[in-house]
Design a protein around this ligand. Sequence first.
Ligand SMILES: NC(=O)C1=CN([C@@H]2O[C@H](COP(=O)(O)OP(=O)(O)OC[C@H]3O[C@@H](n4cnc5c(N)ncnc54)[C@H](O)[C@@H]3O)[C@@H](O)[C@H]2O)C=CC1
Ligand SMILES: O=C(CO)COP(=O)(O)O
Length: 337
Amino acid sequence: MAEVQRVTVLGAGSWGTAFAKVLGDAGRDVTMWARRPEVAAEIRERHLNSSYLPGIELPERITATADPAEALDGAQAVVLAVPSQTLRTNLSEWSGLLPPDAILVSLAKGVELGTLKRMSEVIAEIARVDDGQIVVVSGPNLAKEIALGQPAAAVLACTDHDNAKAIQQASFNQYFRPYTNTDVVGCELGGACKNVIALSCGMAAGLGLGTNTTATLITRGLAEMARLGAKLGADPLTFAGLAGVGDLVATCSSPLSRNRTFGERLGRGETLEQALAATGGQVAEGVKSCTSIRELAMGLGVDMPITDAMHRVCHEGVDPRRAGAELLGRSQKHEWS
Ligand SMILES: NC(=O)C1=CN([C@@H]2O[C@H](COP(=O)(O)OP(=O)(O)OC[C@H]3O[C@@H](n4cnc5c(N)ncnc54)[C@H](O)[C@@H]3O)[C@@H](O)[C@H]2O)C=CC1
Ligand SMILES: O=C(CO)COP(=O)(O)O
C-alpha cells in the first residue's frame, strides 16, 4: 500500500475545509481548490475560511488556489467536496486534469436527480475509473465540530480495501478516527437518506413536537433506508453503524445540521424559497435527494413513507402538519413488514 502524502481537496465549503484540516492535522500536504479566488487567497495567506468556518485556524501546511490544474498537480489522492447535484458538472471540468492513479475520495451525501446514481457511480462514469479507486467518506461528521477538533469517527468505504486503508492512514489524527468498510452501497445510501430524515426531524421540531416524535422519525427513517439498502445489495449491518444510526443521530438532533435547520424553518411555516434563502448558499442535500431517493425507491417497489412525505412538502406544496397526519394515518402494519 503506497503512502498518500500529497492530497488535493476540490471544494472549499464547510466539509471540504474541515476535511482538509483533518488531513493537515494528520500530517499531509494539502492543496485546496476554491471556486472564488478570494476564498483561496484567504486560506493561502491567512489560514482562514471565514465564509464557511469562521474563527477556525487552518494548519499552515494547507495551501489553496482557484486554478484546478495547479491544485491537482502531483496529487496522490483527490477529495471531491462539492454538492451532489453539481458533482457531475464539476468533475467533467476536472476529469482531464486528474492524475491517473490518484485515489478519488467522495465527501458528498446525495443521489443524483434524473440518473438516480450514487456519487461513486457518477465519479466512476465521469472520471472513467474502476470503483476500487473511489473511497466514500460517511458518518456523523458535522463540519464545524470536526473543525473544532471534537472527537468523531467516520467510515471510509471502498471495494478495494488497500485504498480505503491508504486514506485511513492519511486522515487519522488525535480527534478523527476513520474505520474502513467495503460496503460502498450501504454507506452512500445511509449518508444520502439521513439528510431527508433530518429534514423531517427539523420539521417536527418546527411544529413544536418533542423527543418521542424525533425518536420515531429517526427509527422509522432507519427502517426505510435499510429497506432500500436491502434491495440494492447493501450489508444490513452498515445501517447499524456510523453511516446509518451514527449519522442519523448526529444530523437529526443537531442544530448545526443544515438539513435539520431547513426542515425546522418549513415546520415553522416558512416557504421553500424563504428556507433556501436562509441557507446562505450552503447545501441542504435532502431537499433535492428526497426526490431522487423517492424515485429510486418507487422504481424498486420499496416503501419509503417519510421520504415521500418530505418530497411532497418540499416540492408539491403539502403542509407539514398534513404530511404528518397522513404518515400517522397509513394502514396499520407489523414493525418489520
Ligand atoms: N458540512 C458538513 O457538515 C458535511 C457535509 N457533507 C457533504 O459534503 C458535501 C459538500 O458539503 P459542504 O462542503 O458542507 O457544502 P457547502 O455548501 O458548504 O460547500 C460547497 C462547495 O462546493 C463549491 N461548488 C463548486 N461548484 C459549485 C456549484 N456549481 N454549486 C454550488 N457549489 C459549488 C462551493 O463553492 C463550495 O466551496 C455535501 O454533499 C454534504 O452533504 C458530508 C459530511 C458533513
Ligand atoms: O452530513 C452531515 C453530518 O454528518 C452534515 O449534515 P448537514 O448537511 O445537514 O449539515
